[in-house]
Design a protein. Structure first.
Length: 365
């Protein structure tokens, strides 16, 4: 008896499987805890299309601070209003898709339901992992032509995503490096093994972010930032005596149950530090940083509000197909989404800058 029932899911059943895959994927996404629908999130998630003169688009809105001093006393108010400067960022969206296929009835004795469950699990992890990969690359300003360890992607369709062309290197006021003692304008070719991260790097990065008007995340009337670091960076911090003293001095405080604290390694000086292996490094490529391209480097990310925009349009689409007269089965999942590191015209320095992220380059342990 052939497995003729495999591809016989109803439309409603396919919706259920699609929803389950996306729910499982989102639950596994590292970036999920930093994602929200409002502008007080590291990653702002937009789920609806907006009708514009150019058709339906995914728009992310940034509103600049007011700069005028207003009026005083009983002086004329009408005619002295200040127009709010709103910057709409268009997020391009594209479809990513992947499929799984069993080997056949003789080599795969599992039932159809078991295959569907296994397919759902594998595709959910793939979807979560690839969205995480692309999100970190977009935040870092690293082309999708590379993996998160700097290795070139071979045969990957990701460099051709419609939003891949929107990935830009950090803007000049959002790109620094840590030289072991102070922040400086980033020049990855000059990084050495002495450019080791420390507690002072965190302190200086926060001061830099505030002085350069990177909007923090507000919770309970307090301003916070989130810092993403590679595992080696956290290891280096843990070996730093000043960092050790700062961590020992941290006690549980009100407000640390906020979503962006969840899973945080530690919160010191208004920075919640999160470690993840997908933070960009050059460990997977022969062309590294420093003199002779021989020094491993990494790009830590200090993020405030609206550091990244994510278009999340619709549920994934689940499709099934039989091959070889029903002897083999396949499952395909499609998902429409897009990513954008928003930029804005800064009224403070008169230039276009990344809105909510500071890139910090340094030596990678």
């Amino acid at each position: 008896m052939s497995l003729t029932n495999f591809a016989a899911l109803t439309s409603a059943q396919k919706v259920v499987w699609s929803r389950d895959v996306w729910q499982a994927a989102r639950d596994q996404m590292f970036i999920k805890k930093f994602t929200g629908s409002g502008d007080n999130s590291v990653i702002q998630r937009i789920t609806e299309l907006t009708k514009t003169e150019k058709g339906e688009q995914v728009l992310m809105h940034l509103v600049a601070d007011l700069v005028d001093d207003g009026v005083i006393g009983d002086n004329e108010r009408e005619g002295n209003e200040e127009a709010m400067q709103s910057y709409s960022q268009t997020l391009n969206i594209d479809l990513i898709t992947h499929s799984v296929r069993n080997k056949g009835k003789l080599s795969d004795q599992k039932s159809i339901i078991k295959f569907r469950e296994m397919g759902k699990d594998r595709l959910a992890y793939w979807l979560a992992n690839r969205v995480d990969q692309l999100a970190f690359l977009a935040l870092s300003g690293i082309s999708f032509a590379y993996k998160n360890n700097g290795e070139a992607r071979t045969g990957s369709p990701f460099p051709n995503l419609s939003f891949a062309a929107d990935v830009n290197a950090p803007s000049n006021k959002r790109s620094v490096m840590w030289d072991g003692s102070a922040l400086a304008v980033s020049a990855t070719g000059s990084i050495t093994s002495a450019y080791i991260p420390s507690y002072k790097m965190i302190v200086d990065a926060v001061a830099y972010a505030k002085e350069n008007y990177i909007k923090g995340l507000m919770d309970g009337g307090k301003e916070y930032y989130v810092m993403f670091v590679a595992p080696g960076t956290l290891a280096a911090l843990k070996k730093d005596a000043d960092y050790q003293r700062a961590v020992v001095g941290v006690a549980t405080k009100a407000g640390e149950t906020s979503p962006w604290f969840t899973g945080g390694t530690v919160m010191i000086d208004g920075v919640v530090i999160h470690e993840h292996r997908l933070v960009y490094t050059t460990k997977g490529t022969a062309t590294k940083w420093g003199s002779g391209n021989a020094i491993n480097g990494t790009r830590s990310l200090l993020c405030g509000a609206q550091a990244l925009g994510m278009a999340d349009i619709g549920m994934p689409e689940w499709n099934e197909k039989e091959f070889q007269y029903g002897a083999q089965q396949g499952i395909n999942i499609d998902k429409m989404f897009g990513l954008l590191k928003p930029k804005f015209y800064s009224i403070y320095n008169g230039s276009v800058q990344d809105f909510g992220v500071l890139a910090i380059d340094h030596f990678a342990q």
